[in-house]
Design a binder for this molecule. Structure first.
Ligand code: MLT
Length: 331
């Protein structure tokens, strides 16, 4: 028997399709650490369009790039408190709140974009997400893949550990990255991301490391001349949602968040593959001098793995966890 069209049936069907329509429409805030134009922004804009479409246009996302809502570390604290909904930031700035994610920042563990994707979207990523919920009250629902962090500085070409001497290098407030530079023989300067451009511009520090795409998005080429292709950390930038906010959402909204996060993650990966090389060439054309570390980076790798890995076995959850990660990568 055919149902005659009745307005209340249409309304009920729409409500069943998206249960949140029974709740109030919401506008969620998304903090984005980097300026527009990089991988964080690609993740953010795709997440926004996918989520708004999946929620039938009922809920909205407002994006706040360039650290407008505070330092990346502050956005984790605010999301934990439930005063901020979402944040996109570098994984190294999550580690102080949930040390086991440090396994993704241990130097030279991740050796390719493919490995980065495999780890974050597989069992390891799932376990780390559970840990951030437990430790930091934030849930990872997406990933931006930004490529290997390269070292930039304003003073001189760097190809060996000896060349690093005398340079003041800014690093995130991340113990593993601090220890990596210490293993390489210098004491780096820990500093919030939101202060980095000005510090480079005013020569408070000489250099920093971040992926090519981030260097371009932040216009670091205007204040930095030399690039060294170190491949010690592959930059991963999670999209986190406040667990308190997530828990309050009806199942349909939670589903839309998770699915939109997955879609944005895939987009971010494809964006990296399509863009990184082009951006490296553009930076060279704008005058950056790019070089590879001497002797296939051997001295950088040897020092970082021999000294830094054992130092952080405990904080990442034991040597076993690192061994399992390496095994899952076929090493
Ligand atoms: C940092 O260096 O603190 C981060 O990698 C910055 C970022 O979010 O891109």
């Amino acid at each position: 028997m055919a149902l005659k069209h009745k307005p209340w049936i249409t309304a009920l069907a729409a409500a069943a399709l998206f249960g949140a329509s029974l709740a109030h429409a919401a506008t969620f805030k998304v903090a984005v650490g980097d300026a527009q134009g990089g991988t964080q922004w690609e993740l953010a804009t795709r997440f926004k369009s996918a989520f708004e479409q999946k929620s039938g246009g009922k809920h909205k996302l407002d994006l706040f790039p360039n650290g407008q809502l505070g330092s990346e570390e502050a956005t984790v604290s605010n999301a934990q408190l439930g005063t901020l909904d979402f944040s996109i930031l570098a994984i190294n700035n999550v580690t102080p709140f949930s040390p086991t994610v440090g396994v993704l920042t241990l130097p030279y563990v991740i050796q390719s974009a493919e490995e980065a994707k495999k780890l974050t979207t597989g069992e390891v990523g799932k376990e780390l997400t559970d840990n951030t919920v437990r430790d930091a009250g934030v849930r990872i629902v997406g990933w931006a893949y930004s490529g290997f962090r390269v070292l930039t500085n304003s003073k001189k070409p760097v190809r060996t550990l000896a060349d690093l001497k005398g340079l003041k290098i800014r690093v995130p407030k991340n113990e593993i990255m601090i220890a990596s530079y210490q293993a390489w023989g210098i004491n780096p300067t820990p500093m919030a991301w939101s202060e980095t451009f000005t510090a480079l511009q005013q020569r408070v520090v000489d250099g920093q490391d971040n992926p090519y795409i981030t260097v371009a998005a932040m216009k670091f080429n205007e204040v930095q001349k030399y690039v060294t292709n170190v491949r010690y950390v592959f930059s991963l930038e999670p999209l986190i949602v406040s667990e308190a906010v997530f828990k309050k959402q009806p199942p349909e909204v939670q589903k839309a968040i998770v699915e939109a996060g997955r879609e944005a993650t895939e987009h971010s990966y494809q964006y990296l593959l399509a863009t990184e090389d082009k951006i490296r060439k553009e930076l060279a054309a704008k005058g950056m001098e790019i070089s590879d570390p001497a002797d296939a980076e051997k001295e950088f790798i040897a020092k970082a793995t021999a000294v830094v890995w054992p130092k952080f076995h405990q904080s990442i959850g034991g040597k076993d966890r690192l061994d399992r990660v390496l095994k899952s990568l076929g090493r």
